[in-house]
Structure formats: C-alpha cells, structure tokens
Design a protein around this ligand. Structure first.
Ligand SMILES: Cc1cc2nc3c(=O)[nH]c(=O)nc-3n(C[C@H](O)[C@H](O)[C@H](O)COP(=O)(O)O)c2cc1C
Length: 342
C-alpha cells in the first residue's frame, strides 16, 4: 500500500489516509456567521471523495475577528447546530474532521468593526484595510477566553480535532513577527514574548478540551529581519512540549509586499516542513502547491511530513483521492457507488 493512502493515528483519532483538505475560506456564511447549505455540499463532496481529514475553513472566535462579514464563526452557541449537522454528514461519509479557529487581527475587512492587532500598524493602504487598534492586556485576556470558548463549542459540535490559526498574518501570526509586533510588554520584544499568546492559547485549550490540537504557522514571513524558520523551530519545540499534536507548516501572508518571497512552484513550502520534522520531534502537515499523488508520496517517503494537504487541487477535483486510489490499485478507497466510473 502506498503511504499516501495508508492509515494514520492522530492522537486518538484514526485517519483512513494521509490526505488532508486544508482550511480554505469560502466566504459563504451570512452575517450571523452560521454555516450554510453550501458548506454541507462543499465539504460533503470532499468526504464522498475520500479525503481522510477535512479541516474546515478559518472560523472566527469573535465577530470582529472575521476576515469578512461572510466568514464562519463559533463565537455564539447558536452557531453550534450547523457545525453539528456538518460533522454528522462528514463522519457518516468516512472523513475525520477538524476546524480552524481563527482571529483575523489587522487583516479584518468587516464593515462595522475596528480591527485589532498587537500594534497599531496598517496592513496595506489599498484593499480596504483599516488601521487596527493595539490590544491592551485585558483585551488580550478576552481574546484568549474567546479561543477557549470557541474550542469548547467546536467539540460540542462534534469535531475530532482542532486547529489554531497562527499563520498568514492573522492575529496570532502578527504577534509572532518582530515586524508587526512592536509591543514592549510581556507579549512583545523577545522571541519568547512574541510566542507567548499562541502558546498561552494552546495551553488553555489543551487544559480545557480532550482533542488533538494542530497549530498552523507561517514558517517564514519572507522579509528582512522578519520571522523565519529558526523562529518556527523554536516555536515548534514549545508547541510539542505543551502537547500540541502537529504543526501545519505554511508560510507568508503577514505583509502586503513580501520582499523575500520565493518563486511559487511545486512543493515550494515543503522544505520548511522537512526542517521542522528533522529538528523537532513533532509530526507535521506539508502544504503548498502539492498537486499530484507522486509528489505527496515522495514527501511521505522522504519523511518530510506525516500528512499531506492538497488545497486548490481539492477545489478543482473533489474526487482526487479516488484518482489516487485507482492509480495505486487501492480501489477500496473509492466510494462504492462510484466504482463503475473507475
Ligand atoms: C480559496 C482559499 C481560501 C483559503 N482560506 C484559508 C483559511 O481559511 N485558512 C488558512 O490557514 N489558509 C487558507 N488558505 C490557504 C490554503 O489552506 C493553502 O495553504 C494554500 O492554498 C496553499 O495550498 P495549495 O497550493 O495546495 O492550494 C486558503 C486558500 C485558498 C485557495
């Protein structure tokens, strides 16, 4: 059996294969942040298509932490029921589920609210971004609580796994970077201080809930004197010590113009996952322009990562796993009602 289609034990959650659908915002919620029929069909199609682990898109832990007014949310108990229905569907179809808990920070484009950030630095003059308010210590405490409450709601809704969004220039990522975090209190300055918010939220979530926790990071922000892979290795050690189950290794997104951005080509982010896998005994998910079965298989064979995320490929092709299963002669992973197509 090829590794990509082999099972994997993520904490107490058994995955049927190593193919992950990474979180991808669909901006299809109404302004109440509740899940819609679109989400049921969208995620359901990938579950029928055989994906082992579906990570539901960035879901805001408070209303002003949405990227747009059409993001999903879990800041209110009334948002739980829709996620419960989604979990019932995805579980019945054989996928395991995670949800990415997120706060957009200074990248929020919500109409009514002022974005918040570690420091009052605008993301970009264009694109409708607003100057953020720099959080005070009490407001940081409230955001920590919002993450924990959203985590509890996610578990009530039946998610198997949680993912914390600490990547792509959203709030927690903004705290990590020396360029976007110019605070001089406990949450700014040294690397240790800049990592504090992500780590405290992980600790609080792990203390409260019994489910594997993944953390998505931007391994490098592609800027001179910015957050880099060495910082990510430091953070990954700390995450591992806390009991975080996996690092989901992405990159970039913290600046409108990224001066050290690499060429966007196949596997362009996978080396970061390899470096974290080699330096820290924490399992990883690799992501970023991985589009073929053989690319994913090679990443697993070379012990670059433990799971492989296919983002846009799964948007193009919800039945991608079926195609891999046919190519690798593993037809039991093809939805039985679709077998006559293969
Ligand atoms: C439509 C779209 C929405 C996305 N939304 C999210 C998101 O909610 N959270 C996140 O961490 N990354 C998000 N991403 C990034 C993807 O998870 C993934 O890291 C990226 O697309 C690179 O992988 P790929 O080349 O396989 O698509 C999004 C990407 C796309 C294309």
């Amino acid at each position: 059996m090829k590794q990509l289609l082999s099972s994997y034990q993520l904490g107490h959650v058994p995955l049927k294969n190593r193919v992950v659908m990474p979180p991808m915002c669909m901006y299809k919620a109404k302004e109440d942040g509740c899940i819609s029929d679109f989400h049921m069909c969208h995620y359901g199609a990938r579950a029928i298509g055989g994906v082992g682990l579906i990570i539901v898109e960035a879901t805001a832990v408070e209303a002003c932490g949405r990227i747009t007014d059409n993001d999903l949310g879990l800041w209110d108990d009334k948002q739980i029921a829709g996620h419960q229905k989604l979990n019932n569907i995805l579980h019945d179809l054989g996928s395991k589920t995670a949800i990415q808990l997120a706060h957009a920070g200074r990248k929020s484009l919500c109409k009514e609210s002022t974005p918040v950030a570690p420091s009052a630095l605008l993301f970009s003059e264009s694109g409708g971004f607003k100057k953020p308010h720099a959080l005070d210590i009490n407001e940081i405490e409230a955001i920590k609580t919002a993450f924990v409450k959203a985590a509890q709601r996610a578990l009530k809704a039946g998610y198997d796994i949680l993912e914390l969004h600490s990547a792509h220039g959203y709030l927690l990522c903004e705290f990590l970077s020396p360029l976007t975090n110019q605070r001089n209190d406990l949450y700014g300055g040294s690397l240790e201080n800049r990592c504090r918010l992500t780590l405290e939220i992980c600790e609080a979530i792990l203390h409260t809930i019994n489910a594997p926790l993944l953390v998505r990071i931007s391994a490098d922000e592609w800027m001179d004197k910015g957050w880099n892979i060495e910082d990510s290795i430091y953070l990954s050690h700390k995450l591992k010590d806390l009991g975080v189950a996996m690092a989901h290794v992405s990159a970039g997104g913290n600046h409108a113009v990224q001066t050290l951005m690499p060429e966007l080509k196949a596997l362009y982010q996978s080396d970061y996952a390899k470096k974290i896998t080699d330096s820290v005994a924490i399992p990883t998910i690799a992501v970023g322009m991985i589009t073929t079965a053989s690319e994913g298989e090679t990443l697993l064979e070379t012990k670059t990562c433990d799971l492989v995320a296919y983002g846009r490929e799964l948007l193009r092709n919800p039945n991608f796993v079926h195609h891999i299963a046919k190519a690798y002669d593993c037809k039991e992973q093809i939805e039985v009602s679709y077998l006559r197509a293969y």
